[in-house]
Ligand binder design. Structure first.
Ligand code: KIV
Ligand code: NA
Length: 264
């Protein structure tokens, strides 16, 4: 098949090979990532931050997501496309079905939502209806006002236990992929080893199955650089394609993220 499928990502995990993912929001970057061989593109609601100039992802609407997913889908030649379900568009299973319909019809091949065990029925319902679901645990930016800021999650042993328990329940409910954001490396490793589904990390150490970064962050053009971000553009001497290639190669070689990009 021309486009990477979720089954191919599952196969990479089974074979112990890493997979690469970057966010994209337009056709040109989607084409470039296809050329490099990036495995997965996430059309993230991080577009609120890097495209719209918002403080958080809370203001992002379903219409915004549909527009950018359609742009990416037109430029994509080979990557698996995951589309974020934006803030408060999956509060109930029924609402999630309507949202998923629009995300998939815009051109995504998988939907992503943020949250733990409360999403079990939603994930089961979407899965029963043929929608592949990626979940997102750890620092979930749509809940930033409840979390009290952008901080590492799962640091104490009870929080770690409950994250692992949530991850297992979400897999049981049918989730096909999991994103772990800002999670201590040891916990992320334990979750990735426990689950059979691919686990993609951002600020979660090297011992997960794949790595994702926000495009503008790894190009070094975001106003703020988090600890887990590496500026690949600096090493690539200003060549965008080379920076994306370098990210891909370092993910495959397990040299990114290094300990300095990870949380103990
Ligand atoms: O919106 C986004 O870009 C994301 C990634 C940071 C995982 O959810
Ligand atoms: Na997101």
């Amino acid at each position: 098949m021309k486009y990477t499928s979720i089954s191919q990502i599952e196969k990479l995990k089974a074979e112990g090979e890493k997979f690469s993912c970057l966010t994209a929001y337009d056709a040109t970057f989607a084409g470039l990532m296809s050329k490099v061989g990036i495995d997965v593109i996430l059309i993230g609601d991080s577009l609120g931050n890097v495209i719209q100039g918002q403080q958080t992802t809370v203001p992002v609407t379903l219409e915004d997501m549909e527009y950018h997913i359609a742009c990416v889908a037109r430029g994509n030649k080979s990557c698996l496309l995951i589309g974020d379900m934006p803030y408060m568009t999956y509060s109930t299973p029924e609402e999630a079905y309507q949202t998923a319909r629009r995300i998939m019809q815009a051109g995504a091949k998988m939907v992503k939502l943020e949250g733990g065990a409360w999403l079990e029925d939603t994930i089961r319902g979407l899965t029963d209806r043929g929608i592949p679901v990626c979940t997102h645990l750890g620092l979930t930016p749509q809940s930033v006002d409840s979390l009290g800021g952008f901080k590492v999650q799962g640091r104490d042993s009870s929080a770690a236990k409950s994250m692992l328990a949530d991850a297992k329940r979400l897999q049981e409910a049918g989730a096909r992929m999991l994103v772990l954001e800002c999670v201590p490396s040891a916990l992320a490793k334990e979750i990735a080893q426990t689950l059979t589904i691919p686990v993609m990390g951002i600020g979660a150490g090297v011992e997960v199955d794949g790595q994702v970064l926000v495009l503008h962050d790894m190009l070094g053009i975001s106003p703020f650089q988090a600890k887990f971000v590496k500026n690949f553009m600096a090493e690539a001497q200003g060549d965008i394609t080379a920076a994306i290639q370098q990210f891909h190669d370092e993910v495959k070689a397990k040299t990114f993220p290094a300990p300095e990009h990870s949380f103990e």
